[in-house]
Design a binder for this molecule. Structure first.
Ligand code: PMP
Length: 323
């Protein structure tokens, strides 16, 4: 779909996958004016194709658009774009456990000019790619690297928007994590460097001995749809939820004293990933061979059961894409 200041959203169409041409002065290439989303299409046992809370992704794309001075795509046009893609490419939704078709909606400034201002010509696309099981051979707890050299986002910045620049700025931190043998990087807040924020591409949740789930509240993290859903499922089971600032020190003390019994990361790609340990320049929390937590795995199973249509969808989260 194209957008221009004069014409609004126009020219919706499905076209064969292939290169797109851009003017070398296209604003996105210079000033990073772009946003995106990530969600999945799941095949249910009867062959039907569903997506998980796509309206929430559509609403988040609108919030990202406002932050990045891009036009808001109406939610019904967002949903329609997913349905139209699935209508032609539905055969690509795999039919095997834990597999899905990953959907990547994105929007960028294509107007050609050199100068820092909001573009008046924008394109919105959706591409799709079949995704295999994230974990093969069982869900394995991961180690996380606490970055003290880099932060991801500061007050008033773009941290809460899903925009490429946030990911570009996390690349070196992710490289540092990999060099330390860690699967992901954990960012701390930019102002004081003591509050936990999120991982490069996932939110974080801690489970306390009394069953309370604690997750960082911050203006500068991406509000994950997986996290929101997992916390809702836990609340349905009677767990208390705390969304508040959490220091790295509280995490360390909690694990050492046994007050924190489980920790996990969550996001669309891996759904829920148990965290075995956290290490960084001056901390070491947990141990590399820690087993996945019981509540962590049971919430993971409940959520994937809903996504694959094996369990009742009490919250009306699933939307059919192929009908
Ligand atoms: N934080 C960041 C930085 C992410 O990229 C993602 C993945 N979109 C998440 C959190 C988790 O969000 P969601 O559950 O909506 O995939």
């Amino acid at each position: 779909v194209c957008w221009s200041e004069m014409g609004g959203w126009h020219r919706p169409r499905v076209q064969p996958y292939g290169p797109i041409s851009l003017d070398p002065a296209a604003a996105v290439l210079h000033y990073g004016q772009e946003i995106f989303e990530g969600l999945k299409a799941f095949r249910h046992a009867d062959g039907s194709i569903w997506s998980f809370r796509p309206e929430a992704n559509g609403a988040r794309l609108q919030r990202s658009a406002r932050r990045m001075a891009l036009p808001e795509l109406p939610i019904d046009a967002f949903i329609d774009s997913l349905k139209q893609l699935v209508a032609v490419d539905g055969d690509w939704v795999p039919n095997a456990p834990e597999t899905s078709l990953y959907l990547r909606p994105f929007m960028f400034a294509k107007e050609a000019f050199l100068g820092v201002r909001a573009a008046k010509k924008v394109n919105y696309y959706v591409i799709a790619s079949p995704a295999g099981a994230y974990f093969t051979g069982g869900v394995a707890p991961v180690s996380i690297w606490v970055s003290t050299n880099y932060t991801r986002a500061g007050r008033g910045g773009t941290g809460a928007a899903k925009t490429g620049g946030n990911y570009a700025s996390s690349l070196v931190a992710q490289q540092e994590a990999a060099e330390q043998g860690c699967a992901q990087v954990l960012f701390l807040d930019a102002e004081e460097g003591k509050y936990i924020e999120e991982l490069g591409g996932m939110n974080v949740v801690l489970v306390k001995k009394d069953g309370t789930l604690v997750t960082p509240h911050s203006e500068s993290i991406l509000e994950g749809i997986t996290r929101d859903s997992v916390l809702q499922l836990a609340e349905d089971r009677g767990h208390k939820i705390e969304r508040r600032r959490v220091t790295l020190e509280e995490w360390r003390e909690g694990v050492e004293s046994g007050e924190i019994t489980e920790m996990f990361a969550c996001g669309t790609a891996a759904i829920i990933t148990p965290i075995a340990m956290l290490k960084g320049a001056s901390v070491e929390i947990g141990s590399a061979d820690a087993a996945a937590g019981e509540l962590t795995m049971s919430l993971r199973e409940e959520l994937t059961d809903i996504q694959y249509g094996r369990r009742e969808d009490k919250h009306g989260w699933m939307m059919r894409l192929d009908a």
